[in-house]
Write a protein that binds this ligand. Structure first.
Ligand code: SUG
Length: 416
């Protein structure tokens, strides 16, 4: 069995809009009320997938969820036409695009039963995200239906879980046994800590991880208070490399000690606050990069354009590339429409280490399939959505038709 890392990107849905729903996410709060461009947003996401494929990486997809979420509105005793505008915005959110929050994934080499475990995230802290999980779970159960996988429903909503955005895995290589790192929050100053340690511990148990190779580390309060609502805004790992901001963790030493003990060749690349202040790291999403290993072994950091435009960040990158560090190449991608809601390149993808042959092929893409999806997007995705039209019948009909056309093109009628 050949294990490989597959990046599953959420296709950006036709209802993508700026409703300012995420308290503590400075981009979402700052762009509230602006006009969004769902078609351009989805095409940007597809271009990122094309660029990843061109780097020789494996690429998968998840499809947008049905919006408006009529079943959720019915549970609230209302409809999209009759709902209060804020409730309607929560039901129209395209937030499922951020696949890093779909689930936590423990690949087969780490689990006691040798299966790859996935637990859908409950996302209970934000109303618009709390109703994602049923459709996420349905897709996970379809994509990973073979016996190589164990797909779990979310942990009880008593404890907040935001999926892989607060989880890192370090290993000598993707297919080797690794160390799994769960990052939780306790306090974030004025902002909520979305990941609860009880949820992380439950997932580690459900995934049958080896306690000796499982680490729980607290995210620093100052990082959350500065707008790092998920750990993946201030840290990212790939194989034997951990890349993090100096202020990412409350106490990084036990984490570094455990990684040094269990990960052959472990390397820690820290960005000092004196070089890149936390605010620049968060504005630029330097750490919300995809840190990947190309087939030729070259470790590559895929950053958003905002990182290129932030002087302190670009200076740091140039210095690292000129030196002897493990990151050997940087690619810049344009995901501005997602970034304006706080979602960078890494937010848009869920990493799954598995044998690609064990995944339902409808969720795997090549360049030709990405072209086909782009055709559907160009024909059906709204060009613009204003914040005050989320209940407009014409828009709702367009959004529902667009998703149906995509499911049809991908032969995914089960998700209708
Ligand atoms: O949960 N934004 C998302 C961004 C998620 C980014 N994911 C990771 N860091 N992995 C969030 O805050 C904005 C919605 C709005 O404002 O309409 C939003 O949900």
């Amino acid at each position: 069995m050949a294990l490989a890392e597959i990046n599953f990107d959420g296709i950006i849905g036709p209802s993508h809009n700026y409703a300012g729903l995420s308290f503590g996410n400075v981009a979402s709060m700052g762009h509230a009320g602006q006009v969004s461009e769902p078609r351009a947003a989805a095409l940007q996401g597809l271009d990122k997938m094309r660029a990843n494929l061109a780097l020789g990486l494996r690429q998968g997809i998840f499809v947008p969820h049905p919006r408006p979420h009529r079943a959720w509105l019915a549970e609230l005793g209302t409809t999209i036409e009759g709902a209060d505008p804020v409730v309607a915005a929560n039901a129209m959110s395209a937030s499922a695009m951020w696949a890093a929050n779909a689930a936590t994934v423990s690949p087969a080499p780490d689990t006691a039963d040798g299966r790859c475990h996935l637990t859908a995230a409950n996302l209970r802290t934000m109303a618009h995200r709390s109703h994602e999980w049923p459709h996420t779970l349905a897709q996970l159960r379809l994509a990973f239906s073979s016996e190589s996988f164990a797909v779990h429903a979310p942990v009880p909503t008593a404890f907040g879980d935001e999926g892989a955005a607060n989880h890192m895995r370090l290993a000598a290589a993707h297919g080797h046994q690794g160390v799994e790192v769960f990052v939780y929050g306790v306090s974030g100053g004025a902002f909520p800590a979305r990941q609860h340690v009880e949820a992380s511990k439950a997932i580690a148990r459900l995934h049958r991880l080896d306690p000796a190779r499982t680490i729980f580390v607290q995210q620093s309060e100052e990082a959350i208070a500065a707008g790092a609502f998920h750990n993946d805004v201030v840290a990212v790992a790939n194989e034997h490399v951990l890349f993090a901001h100096e202020q990412a963790f409350a106490d990084r030493q036990p984490l570094l000690d455990a990684c040094s003990a269990h990960v052959p060749g472990f390397e820690y690349v820290e960005v000092a606050a004196a070089d890149v202040p936390l605010a620049d790291a968060i504005r630029s999403y330097l750490f919300n990069a995809q840190l990947v290993t190309r087939p030729n072994g070259e470790m590559t950091l895929i950053v958003p354009g905002e990182a290129h435009e932030t002087a302190s960040v670009w200076r740091w990158i140039e210095r690292h590339l000129a030196g002897n560090g493990p990151i050997r190449r940087v690619e810049v991608v344009d995901v501005r429409q997602s970034m304006a809601n706080g979602g960078g390149p890494a937010c848009l993808r869920l990493r799954v280490v598995a044998d690609p042959a064990t995944v339902d092929p409808r969720f795997i893409v090549d360049q030709e399939k990405v072209d086909r999806i782009a055709d559907v997007v160009r024909r059906h995705w709204p060009e613009q959505v204003a914040h005050d039209e989320l209940q407009r019948p014409g828009l709702i009909a367009d959004v529902e038709r667009a998703r149906a056309a995509l499911l049809d093109a991908l032969d995914l009628a089960e998700l209708a």
